[in-house]
Write a protein of this length. Structure first.
Length: 117
């Protein structure tokens, strides 16, 4: 028997149009929030914007998000039977949904200067 939980995901571009959207996802003890997000994108909504580079390795730090109000890596945050609320990082420009601009300021400036050449 498969158990389901609610995953509330912030959708939008970080401005006034952003809203929480609830999804029902399968729950298996020990699964990560990233597992649920990947399942959600593959089976329910392929337009969900998430960022990750590895799965459950905590090496790349690409999947940083807010889970239930705490900054964490989606690959190491465990989903619970209560579900979870997933939002983009606070204080970072939101590109779309859970994807934020995590490029350090120094690198962002370098990219602008290179583009102007």
């Amino acid at each position: 028997m498969t158990t389901s939980v609610t995953l509330s995901v912030m959708r939008g571009t970080g401005d006034a149009d952003s809203t929480l959207q609830d999804f029902t996802v399968p729950y298996v003890e020990g699964m990560s929030v990233l597992d649920a997000l990947i399942w959600l994108r593959a089976h329910v909504d392929p337009t969900l914007a998430i960022r990750y580079s590895c799965i459950n390795a905590n090496a790349c730090k690409e999947c940083s998000v807010m889970v239930d109000g705490d900054v964490t890596y989606a690959c190491t945050a465990r989903l619970t039977p209560k579900g979870a609320r997933v939002e983009p990082l606070e204080g970072k420009p939101v590109i779309r949904d859970l994807v934020t601009d995590i490029l350090p300021t120094k690198e962002r400036l370098s990219a602008v200067l290179v583009a102007k050449r």
